[in-house]
Design a protein around this ligand. Sequence first.
Ligand code: ZN
Length: 319
Amino acid sequence: MNVLYSDQYNINLGLLNYLHPFDGVKFQRIHKALEDNEKVDFLSPDVPVDMEIVDGFLSSIMRKKVRDSVFVFRALEVPKLPFVSFNFLDRKILTPMRWGVAGTMLGAEKALSSGDIYWNLSGGYHHAMQQNMEGFCIYNDIGICHQQLVKRGLLSPEDKILIIDTDAHHGNGNAYTFMDNDRVTLLDVYNAGIYPTSGYTRDRVDIPVPLPPGTEGETYLQRYNDALEKLDGDYRLAFVVAGTDVLTSDKLGGLCLTTEDVVERERLTVRALKKRSTPAVLLGGGGYSRDSAGSVIAAISACSELLPSPHAAREALSH
Ligand SMILES: [Zn+2]
C-alpha cells in the first residue's frame, strides 16, 4: 500500500488541545506503527498547497474569510479566543491542513499515472466548499485537486470521477462543489440523524446510504456492500473519504462500528476499486477518537495484503 504522510500533517496546539475533541497528532502515531511494515511505502508531499491554488477554487468572499480568524474559529467549531492571532491559527492548524491537501493532490497524481491505490492519512475535508468552510473543514481538497488536475490536463472535464464517502457525516461540501457536474458520481454512507442535514446537498448524492443513529457494523457493512454493487461506470479516478468517526468511541459520529468493522469496510472499498481497476486515493476524513489511529493502522495493514507490495512491484520492474 502506498501511504502519504508528512510530519507536517500533525496539529499540536499544546495547552489549547483541550478546546476540541480532537487527536491532532494521530498521523504520527499511524506512521510510527507502520514505518517498519514492508508492505507499506510512505511518500510525502514536498510543500503545502499554495494559497494561490486554494484561491483559484474559492469564491471571492471566501478568499477573505479563510484569512480572518473570526470565520476560521467558527469553522473549527471552537470559541473565538482574543489572545490567539490569525498567524497562530495559520501556523498551527491551517498550514497542516494545506499539507493534507498537498497529500491528496500528490496521491491523486500518482494514482492516475500508475493506476494504483494511494492512501493519504490526512485530507478528506468534505464539509468545505467554494463559498463556505464548516465542520472543521477549511479547504475542500477533493474539489481543489479535481480543479488542478483538469487545469493541468491530467484529467479531462469529461472524465468520470467517483467519490465514495464513508465518514459518519454526510459530505455536503463535495455534494455542493459538484452539484452541477454529472460526471462526478457520489456514494455517501452517513448517519442521517446528525449534522449536516441540508436536503439540497443530500439530494445530490447518486447512491445515498442514510443510516439511523446507533447503527452497528453488520448493518453498516451490508448496506455499504449493497451500495458498492450499484456502481456502474468506468471511473477515471476515485476519491474515498474514509472517516473513522463511525467508531463507537467517537462522540461526534453517532454510529457503533468496531475497529474490525472499519477494517472490513476498507477491505470492501479496496476490493471494489481493484475489481473495477479504478485508480484511487483514500483520504483520512473525520475521526479523532482514541480508537481512530488504531483502526487506520489495522485497516492499512489488512488492505496491504490485498495489494501487491510496492517493494515487490519495484523489484519486478528492475529485473
Ligand atoms: Zn465526520
